[in-house]
Design a protein around this ligand. Sequence first.
Ligand code: ACO
Length: 331
Amino acid sequence: MKNSTYIAGFSFYVPDTILTNQDLEKKVDTNDEWIVSRTGIRQRHIVNSQACSDLAYEACLKTLERSSLMPGDITHIITATFTPDAYVPNAACIIMEKLGIRGIPALDVNAACTGFIYGIELARGLCVLWPGSKVLLVASEVVTSRINFKDRSTAVLFGDGAGACVISGESFDHNASAGYIRDVLLKADGSLGGLLTVKGGGSAYPLVPGQKADDDFFVQMEGREVFKHAVRSMKNISQDILERNNIVAEDIDLFIPHQANIRIIESLAKSMLISNDKIFVNVQEYGNTSAASVPIALADAWEKGRVKPGYLVLLVAFGGGFTWGAALIQF
Ligand code: ACO
């Protein structure tokens, strides 16, 4: 088919340090029972001293190996993140230097937790323009760098990690993990932006030299409102992408939703009449890793044998902005 794009080499990396709910009980006024019953999360991996590019580098190395490519084969690097190493240079340039790649385009995309799905669509666009492209797409987040561990309403929800893949206009022959990107659908609504923010440090609220970072420099969220919009937006976009591909939920072999909260995932499944065995969930181990959540879940599912040849997989995510998106991948 003309303009076809393919995806392969899924992998993920999380830092070694594990922060359990019991560890959090010692830092903030919370308890394991509350966290598990409200979110499903039991632990998350957090960095010690690594930055976004360090996590991304590890995931990229594994992805190159799994897609049988060398760093020099890569034609573009896209990083999805809202927690880059720095404002300038962008994370993609730092990652490219670590990988020993020079002279190709490297850019970051910030669509919060939907960043990986936005990245897939950008990579698809590049592959339509340049079918020989091999786009290295990595979503990497050190969310804990923007978490106020005194705020129990957000401190328990997030973790750090990275997930990567390669996208090309040419099929990855003989690659066991290769899939065909059948469709992608993206949406955003800026009127909901205030529900989930990190206000401080941007040009609207710059950090003044010597100023102490206050609560506005960390993730702030209206949890209940975010919850409602998350379920609604992921349900609607899932139905839209199914409809425009003339398929129904039953045709999907595996749903891989953004891993923010087990109750959001269960509400989505219930509203779409999806049985539990068709939904991949690993939020209990990693917490919400923002843009990295979907590629970590995809690579984890693949490693666990949950993604089989012939499977039709639906990725769906929502995040701050608000942004939301879905991708259909045929294995
Ligand atoms: N431990 C113990 N108690 C807590 C904690 C905590 N960590 N956090 C809040 N509480 C208390 C509150 O203070 C409140 O107490 P009160 O009744 O005495 O006032 C009570 O628990 C209920 O608080 P709510 O905020 O109403 O709890 P809710 O049932 O809504 O659950 C949660 C909160 C888990 C945050 C939920 O709203 C949620 O999951 N929202 C979506 C969040 C999300 O997914 N965000 C990320 C998505 S976007 C992205 O991924 C970037």
